[in-house]
Ligand binder design. Structure first.
Ligand code: MG
Length: 227
């Protein structure tokens, strides 16, 4: 088996590690899921085999009838680190990308009802498409303490989700501080930072196109097909 790499826009690569994901990080999405912002960060994990590069396919397991898209900013970690303070947090970021946290909503709902883990609904193979990565050095701070990004998701050319990371309940530096204290972080790990509202079902043959804009020159595009 080939182990996947993140591909940076400058041509460098980094082996994909653990993918930490933050749930309910936008108030409007937490509401559409029928809940509030959790008082402690809601964290789940996707394994490296869940990774799909731009141009790839997402394979929905046959036991799910309700797969959903969740477009998210992905923060790629560039060095092994533990107990990072908010002030140091941006210095461990290798780059930024856009990803789609593919979710088997029916399986997740059943797990929630039974108090069971989300690993199957969130971590199945091909559940984590991620774009090329913009090196952190190419991203400027637009006047704030951390960079701000705009996210968009089109399904078959119809706009389904859009949002700004300025609306995240927990900031990039807060997430890095928290995750590095609980798990430690390793070079090649990444963080899916939560989705804005508008999540919906996808079907076989759908083309998903995610876009990331921000304080850097290019627009990053991620396109995948639902197999
Ligand atoms: Mg998500």
């Amino acid at each position: 088996m080939n182990y996947p790499d993140f591909i940076f826009t400058d041509g460098s690569t980094l082996p994909v590690g653990t993918m930490y994901c933050i749930g309910k990080n936008y108030a409007a999405h937490a509401r559409e899921m029928g809940g509030d912002i959790p008082s402690d960060p809601l964290v789940f994990i996707k394994p490296p085999a869940a990774f799909v590069a731009d141009g790839g396919s997402v394979r929905i397991p046959t036991f799910s009838q309700n797969p959903h898209h969740e477009v998210e900013l992905v923060v790629v970690i560039g060095q092994d680190c533990a107990n990072i303070s908010k002030a140091e947090a941006l210095s461990v970021v290798a780059g930024y990308a856009v990803g789609i946290d593919m979710t088997l909503r029916d399986i997740q709902t059943k797990a929630k009802e039974h108090g069971e883990p989300w690993s199957v609904s969130k971590g199945f193979v091909t559940s984590a498409p991620v774009s090329v990565v913009v090196p952190a050095a190419r991203v400027t701070l637009g006047g704030g303490s951390e960079p701000v990004f705009d996210l968009q998701l089109h399904v078959n050319d119809k706009l389904r989700q859009f949002g700004s990371t300025s609306h995240m309940e927990r900031s990039i530096t807060t997430m890095i501080e928290y995750l590095s204290s609980v798990f430690t972080l390793r070079r090649g790990d990444c963080i899916f930072t939560g989705t804005p509202e508008g999540v919906a079902k996808v079907s076989s043959g759908d083309i998903l196109r995610a876009e990331l804009n921000g304080d850097f020159s290019e627009t990053v595009v991620l396109q995948v097909e639902i197999a």
